[in-house]
Design a protein around this ligand. Sequence first.
Ligand SMILES: NC(=O)c1ccc[n+]([C@@H]2O[C@H](COP(=O)([O-])OP(=O)(O)OC[C@H]3O[C@@H](n4cnc5c(N)ncnc54)[C@H](OP(=O)(O)O)[C@@H]3O)[C@@H](O)[C@H]2O)c1
Length: 293
Amino acid sequence: MAGGDPGPGGGRSLTALTGSIEHRPCRPSGVASRLTSMDVAVIGATGTLGRLIVPRLEQAGHQVRALSRSTGVDALTGEGLEEAVAGADVIVDTLNHLSLRPDPAISFFTRAAQNISRAAEQGGVRRIVCVSIAGAADPAVNRFYGYYRGKAAQEQVYGMLRTPATILRSTQWFELAEMFVAMTTLGPLAVLPAQRMAPVAADSVAARAVRAIEEADGAADEDRVITVRGPEEMTTAPMVRRILAVRGELGGKSPRRLLELPFLGRSIARGGLVPADAEVDGVTLEDWLAAAA
Ligand SMILES: NC(=O)c1ccc[n+]([C@@H]2O[C@H](COP(=O)([O-])OP(=O)(O)OC[C@H]3O[C@@H](n4cnc5c(N)ncnc54)[C@H](OP(=O)(O)O)[C@@H]3O)[C@@H](O)[C@H]2O)c1
């Protein structure tokens, strides 16, 4: 496995598509890049990433089933799931459940992935593409962060299936800055997690997800791991400071003092979330800020 990334589970052989580091934008998806229209079920279609994946798939000429609880599909209870994915070519799991504690996170991601896997097998789905987090499956990284342990459990379920799986591991998104500020600001002070990252634009990850889906067309039945990161390394405070300097506020908050404390663990503070080997997207924080202006 390239970059020392643990695979999603002890299932079949894994092909890491983590290429050598090169500074280039992820290639956008387009009609010219594929041979056939695919039928894709996106579970978590209303989320930050799902909302970016769905229009990209539609623009590329694919049929999209946009699924979430708001469309009557609950991956945790299984309600509506089998009917919703039956006959799809690919399922994309871009679900989320934010819990800092391990038990609820592990329970959610395990049960949802098991339900999705069962529905995929029954419905003849050819591949599942699961969006995950670079480094989260590493026990040294997830030791003090229950959410990441949930993501590790999710990868493990998908690594043990009959249905081939692609795990698309991304670094943190620039969009995450808003949540950091919302959760850690009290008055003028934000106490941010000390976290070394190589953040990436969510839209670049959506583009890479669409390519991963299209790569399922005619692909061999093996599991794959793809890792994508942004072009620069930084910690949370400089990232938040650079965004605040342009926007003035984040989610209605404008802390003036930013502190970093290693409450997610020393491994995360020291760079455990920065993949050693990954595809490097070319969109910088400044590009992202300029595009959103
Ligand atoms: N944020 C980052 O920096 C980052 C980096 C790397 C990877 N990721 C991963 O990317 C994935 C997507 O994250 P996101 O921020 O886009 O998530 P998000 O905005 O929180 O959206 C979550 C989606 O899941 C749906 N959902 C939640 N529970 C559900 C259930 N029981 N059944 C069906 N649908 C359900 C939600 O819709 P309803 O509420 O309508 O059901 C929503 O569409 C996550 O797995 C995350 O770990 C995130």
